[in-house]
Structures are given as structure tokens and as C-alpha cells.
Design a protein. Sequence first.
Length: 39
Amino acid sequence: MFLGFRFYFFANDHEPIHIHIDKDGSHAKFNLFRVHFKL
């Protein structure tokens, strides 16, 4: 928990990779995108 937010993910959840966030009965889900750097 951080500032009342609960962050979690499920290892076997569906694509795209995402993180769940809960606070005070509200829920959000954010997709995580891969970033590639080519030098």
C-alpha cells in the first residue's frame, strides 16, 4: 500500500500486461507497455 492505494497484478492474467489499483472502493487498471531503446 502507498498513500492508501493498493497496487497488484496477477501472474497468469490476460494480455496486455496490466496493473490493478484500488482505493476506497474504486478500481483502476493500467496497461503497461514495453519500451525499446535502440542506440
